[in-house]
Design a binder for this molecule. Structure first.
Ligand code: GDP
Ligand code: MG
Length: 302
């Protein structure tokens, strides 16, 4: 008879990570997983897809569902896709984490809470970015106000960016999970392919480096992903909506494109643990972000 690999009382389950855009959901998922699998930027709506982050601990495993933020504006096909992905994440989970930003309670926080309220799963309130708060004394009345007429399993004050308080969030969540064998191999960190993650790392650079409107009209397609001995050869196409956007992405003398490519490559090498040869170029496809067929082709299908 084989001895069981996991201790008695090992727990595993799914956790939805919910909140309005830009509160730090992806940063929290990365902190719990211990690797940067979900891209992060200071722009709202960086996360476009629902993705799983797998966080394994000696006493249990959390499968975190990172979501695009729930928000009220739904005019374009892309926004409708992102809201569907976020709301869909609340079904079939064992717990949910509502992430908010310390010191601020927005209408869209209330919208996210109301999406959870009907689901009957325990909800942890995670107040993030406490490192940014000059006056920590202001937190208590803020939290009292939020929790006065809302029900939470527990409240955590954290800084996902500085990994402060996140271990307690994990411990608390594991206690809620059902007893179970691990749901994924303990060395897996996400359900997404390396190919997908490579595209996201290029898109992260676009989100971080381009002016206000442009990042939302760009997407990335990985045309080539080849293993060549210990080297990964990756070819990425940046799809834009208008010819005029090309010059902006490429920059003077190709400088911007070069830094996008270099930073994305460094991120890929860290995540994949191998050397990467990355080629990046731009193409134009008119109006792709409001075209359901083009969205599906670029992997936005649910
Ligand atoms: N100061 C600070 N910034 C944070 C923290 N967590 C996330 N951020 C920043 O907030 C921005 C949005 O984070 P992201 O994880 O993409 O938010 P999401 O849209 O909710 O997934 C990024 O610039 C992060 O670096 C934190 O604990 N402290
Ligand atoms: Mg995100």
């Amino acid at each position: 008879m084989s001895t069981p690999k996991h201790p008695a009382g090992y727990r595993a389950g799914f956790v939805a990570v919910i909140g309005r855009p830009n509160v730090g959901k992806s940063t929290l998922v990365n902190s719990l997983v211990g690797s940067k699998i979900s891209i992060v930027s200071s722009r709202p709506q960086t996360t476009r897809h629902r993705m799983l982050g797998i966080a394994s601990f000696p006493e249990g495993q959390l499968v975190l569902v990172d979501t695009p933020g729930i928000h009220a504006k739904q005019s374009r096909a892309m926004n409708r896709y992102m809201n569907r992905a976020a709301r869909g994440a609340v079904s079939d989970v064992h717990a949910a984490v509502l992430v908010i930003e310390a010191g601020r309670w927005h209408d869209d926080d209330a919208l996210a809470y109301s999406a959870l309220k009907h689901s009957e799963v325990p909800v942890l309130l995670v107040v993030n970015k406490i490192d940014k708060l000059a006056d920590k004394n202001a937190l208590l009345p803020f939290i009292q106000e939020i929790t006065a007429d809302r029900t939470f399993h527990s409240v955590h004050l954290i800084s996902a960016l500085k990994n402060k308080g996140t271990a307690d969030v994990a411990r608390d969540l594991i206690r809620i999970m059902p007893e179970s064998e691990p749901l994924y191999d303990e060395d897996e960190i996400t359900d997404k392919s390396q190919r997908f993650l490579a595209g996201e790392l290029v898109r992260e650079q676009l989100m971080q480096r381009l002016g206000d409107e442009l990042p939302y009209s760009a997407t990335v397609e990985i045309e080539k992903f080849e293993v060549d001995g210990s080297l990964l050869r990756i070819g990425a196409v940046i799809w834009l909506e208008r010819e005029g956007q090309k010059a902006i992405v490429i920059g003077k003398g190709g400088e911007r494109m070069k830094s996008i490519s270099t930073s994305a490559r460094i991120g890929m090498e860290a995540l994949f643990g191998s050397k990467v040869f990355l080629e990046t170029w731009c193409r134009v496809r008119d109006g792709w972000s409001d075209d359901e067929a083009a969205l599906r082709r670029f992997g936005y299908n649910d």
